[in-house]
Each structure stands twice: as structure tokens, then as C-alpha cells.
Design a protein around this ligand. Structure first.
Ligand code: FE2
Length: 200
């Protein structure tokens, strides 16, 4: 008997080294509190089970706070992932970037990042403040809810989790369903999320 495992669901993950950790944390040190206060000033800040604004103004944090070194670092990692997924891609652009604040008990339901009018190619999260029990990111099989008869065991395992850790980067194709488990710690979990578009 031979079973071929086709149709992989790749997830890229990387923990920043000491020098990059220093760059990441110094880049965001000034803006976390500022951005949090600004998000709270908007009506939609608490429309979900965690604090995030859908407003376009809050989806450009890399540009808004001129986080050029961080932007460059993210672009390098995204480029490495895109090269494996789509070797012919000519360019990539991180077009949306935003912060998420998960307070104790907060979580996020299953969703994906395939906006109907502007589908991105890959998406990612960089954890800025997170303890191990502050909510894993959990990925589901892209056919989640469609094929039925899915098992957490066996070759078609349909979910995979990554615990958050400060300065950990996780990248995935934008159509892959994912959720954030409840924050069971007593500290706020802060992540920077983004969507990446390619030109092919
Ligand atoms: Fe997401």
C-alpha cells in the first residue's frame, strides 16, 4: 500500500534572534500605548471579543509609525516564504498591518483573511507581548467545515496549534482558517497582524 500526501498546508514560523528581538521591541516600544488609546477612541474597537479596530487608519501601523526596520525584517521573512510557495512572484507588499489586544479571557473565532474584493496571498502574526498560556493560534484544514468526517487523528489531521511567544513570527496562506484560543494568562497578549499581496 502506498499513500501520497498531497496538498500541503504550509505554515512558516520563526523566533527572532537576540539582535532582531531588540530591533522589534525597540521599534514598537513607543507606539503600543499610543495605538491602543487611538483604537479605543473608535466605535468599533470593542465590536469583537478582543480589542482591534477595522478602521483603515489602524491597518497601516508599519507606515503610520514609520517602523521601517521592522517592515524590512517582515518583508524578508515573507519573501522567503513566498519564494517557496510561488517562485515566480515578482514582488510582494505588506499592504495592511494592525495590532490586536487580547485581555485575559479574550479569544478570536475561526476566520480567514480572504477578503472578497482584495484577497491577500499570505498573512501573518508577530507576537509582541505574549505568555505561553495567552492563547495559541490554531490552524484548521482549509476544507474545514466542508468535507465532513474530519478527525483530529490520522493523515488528514485538521488542526495544528502554535503557542504565542514574544518575537515569534507565524506566516500562513491567507485562505487558511485559524482562530485564537482564549487568553488564560493574567496579562494582555499583543500581536501585530498583516496581509501580504504579491505580483505575479
Ligand atoms: Fe487572523
Amino acid at each position: 500500500m502506498k499513500i501520497d500526501l498531497w496538498f500541503a498546508t504550509p505554515v512558516y514560523h520563526h523566533d527572532a534572534n537576540d539582535a532582531d528581538t531588540e530591533m522589534i521591541q525597540s521599534s514598537v516600544a513607543q507606539m503600543l500605548e499610543l495605538e491602543y488609546r487611538e483604537i479605543l477612541s473608535r466605535d468599533d474597537a470593542r465590536s469583537r471579543s478582543y480589542v482591534q479596530s477595522r478602521h483603515p487608519q489602524h491597518r497601516q501601523v508599519l507606515q503610520k509609525y514609520q517602523l521601517d526596520n521592522l517592515h524590512h525584517w517582515l518583508t524578508l521573512h515573507c519573501g522567503g516564504f513566498v519564494k517557496k510557495l510561488h517562485p515566480d512572484a515578482k514582488a510582494l507588499e505588506i499592504r495592511e498591518s494592525w495590532l490586536n489586544f487580547y485581555f485575559p479571557g479574550d479569544s478570536q473565532e475561526v476566520h480567514h483573511h480572504m477578503h472578497p474584493t482584495h484577497p491577500s496571498f499570505i498573512s501573518g502574526s508577530l507576537y509582541l507581548q505574549a505568555s505561553p498560556d495567552s492563547g495559541d493560534i490554531k490552524f484548521y484544514h482549509p476544507a474545514f467545515g466542508v468535507s465532513g468526517y474530519q478527525s483530529a487523528q490520522g493523515l488528514e489531521t485538521f488542526e495544528a496549534s502554535y503557542p504565542p511567544q514574544p518575537n515569534r513570527l507565524v506566516l500562513f496562506r491567507s485562505h487558511v482558517p485559524h482562530a485564537v484560543m482564549p487568553n488564560r494568562s493574567d496579562k494582555v497578549r499583543i500581536s501585530l497582524s498583516f496581509n501580504v499581496y504579491i505580483q505575479d
